[in-house]
Design a protein around this ligand. Structure first.
Ligand code: NAI
Length: 468
């Protein structure tokens, strides 16, 4: 018996943020959608990334808050970490979101196929159980996996990536984190807050290399104060496990070493394009494995798009969402605005938190802008003192006008309490290409942490109440 391929308006390979966002938006608009997912819908973000990582960072915050409660006159017994309970709570949050997502996909009449999908000629997607699907359009959204480095074979015990850290059954007493980017800083912060002795080894001259230097410096100083050892500009050369396998000695730099119970490798992620098939299609994959797309997420094969971590754009769930919208709106024939990657919001949930949108001071100068900048520390903010989090600041970068005054806002960079929740105004200002005068006229409620953003912008107009 010859089975004919099932036909859909859109077949999506990968049910992570880019894939499921495309499915939900397309389903809502009445498109008949199939998603092929080899594991669970929700992808890295929901099961091995953003959600479980931030849940653990919240556990770390709760522990830190209880330890610091005495300052507020609250005397509690020294807190004890029941890590199994923390794991269970994390899983409950993940599962609740997963259940919700599956329900939503059902409601939007999205058909999900479990398995590995590969694309061939004629928009045909074959699932590894033999099922054949044909889409009028196909979206490749198979995501990414952690990169590893030679000499650090991931064994899930001594050498871990983010995938394994989030499933630990007990916390290591000591750890080396290789790579001081977003994931490295989040894990270093979390592990340290939960009592682990952490050393960060970063190859570049500073941690958080994509961030404004002033912001990265605040994080580096905070880490140092909390006993996290940060070594920058060092090459990691290998590691030697102890005879009983309970620890390993990591060598780095000029003959230095540190012995720890766990090594967390967080040196970036690489795209999962190897099992996509693509024979008989014009889809191009570059030397690093990214599927090549234009600003409308179109591959070289007509009707085939790619989005999310599979393409060479910031590996952020919300960028995947935005790219999915670009694709579906195009399929629907709606007006499409490509994503402006220079202005997307970034949030890093280490302690202190980091959030930014737009150009850093260094990047703005490199791009040829003459700039004016202002910084306002949270140390002068009433709410920050109330919540006991005065560390950090807001920095705003604006284009310098010929008269020396501040023109369009190019970048908003924040580090400190709850800045990931405060970035919204900054993101809007940067994307609106607003000037400090335009933004500065708006009232910030008092007392709030967001007054610091308001003050920084006002300072750029020369009329700051507290900042000169
Ligand atoms: P990353 O690219 O942000 O940072 C990797 C760091 O490792 C860089 O600082 C790099 O210089 C360093 N590095 C590379 N090779 C090294 C070596 N051999 N020895 C020492 N250092 C080395 O990658 P990360 O942190 O793994 O995150 C991956 C992606 O996930 C990021 O691109 C980010 O977009 C995304 N992400 C975003 C988060 C957020 O926004 N909150 C949180 C977690 C991940």
């Amino acid at each position: 018996m010859v089975l004919t391929a099932q036909e859909f308006d859109v077949v999506i390979i990968g049910g992570g943020p880019a894939g499921y966002a495309a499915a939900l938006r397309g389903g809502l608009a009445g498109l008949n959608i199939a998603v092929v997912e080899k594991d669970k819908v929700g992808g890295t973000c929901l099961h091995r990334g953003c959600i479980p990582a931030k849940e653990f960072l919240e556990t770390a915050t709760v522990y830190r808050t209880v330890i610091g409660a005495e300052e507020f006159g609250i005397i509690a017994d020294p807190p004890v970490i029941e890590f199994a309970q923390s794991q269970a709570r994390k899983q409950k949050v993940v599962d609740q979101l997963w259940t919700g997502l599956q329900g939503l996909m059902k409601k939007r009449k999205v058909t999900t196929f479990n398995g590995v999908g590969s694309l061939g000629a004629g928009h045909k997607v074959t699932v590894d159980d033999g099922t054949e699907l044909v889409g009028k359009h196909v979206i490749l959204a198979s995501g990414s996996i952690p990169r590893t480095i030679p000499g650090f074979e991931v064994d899930g015990r001594l050498v871990l990536t983010s995938d394994e850290v989030l499933d630990l059954e007990r916390l290591p007493a000591s750890a080396v984190v290789i790579g001081g980017g977003a994931i490295g800083c989040e894990f270093a912060s979390m592990l340290s807050d939960l009592g682990c002795k952490v050393t960060v080894l970063e190859a570049l001259p500073k941690i958080l290399p994509g961030c404004d230097k002033d912001v990265a410096d605040v994080v580096a100083r905070s880490f140092k104060k909390r006993g996290i050892e940060v070594r920058t500009g060092v090459a990691v050369t290998g590691h030697a496990p102890s005879d009983d396998g309970s620890s390993t000695t990591v060598s780095f730099g000029e003959g230095e070493s540190v012995t720890v119970e766990a090594v967390v490798v967080s040196v970036g992620r690489r795209p999962c394009s190897a099992n996509l098939g693509l024979d008989g299609t014009a889809v191009e994959v570059d030397g690093r494995g990214f599927v090549v797309v234009d600003e409308y997420m179109r591959t070289a094969e007509p009707g085939v798009f790619a989005a999310g971590d599979l393409v060479d754009t910031p590996a952020l769930a919300h960028v995947g969402f935005a790219e999915a919208v670009v694709v579906i709106d195009q399929i629907l024939g709606d007006k499409v605005i490509p994503v402006d990657y220079t202005k997307v919001p970034w949030c890093i949930y280490c302690h202190p938190e980091v959030a930014f949108a737009g150009l850093s001071e260094e990047a703005a100068r490199e791009a040829g802008f003459d700039v004016v900048t202002k910084k306002d520390p949270f140390g002068g903010n009433g709410r920050a003192l109330i919540v006991g989090e005065p560390e950090g600041m807001v920095k705003v970068i604006a284009e310098k006008l010929p008269d020396g005054k501040a023109g369009r806002i190019l970048g908003v960079h924040m580090v400190g309490p709850w800045v990931t929740e405060q970035l919204g105004q900054g993101y809007l200002a940067v994307n609106w290409e607003a000037t400090p005068t335009e933004v500065g006229q708006y009232i910030q409620p008092h007392p709030t942490l967001s007054e610091t953003f308001g003050e920084t912008v006002l300072a750029l107009t020369g009329r700051g109440l507290h900042v000169g």
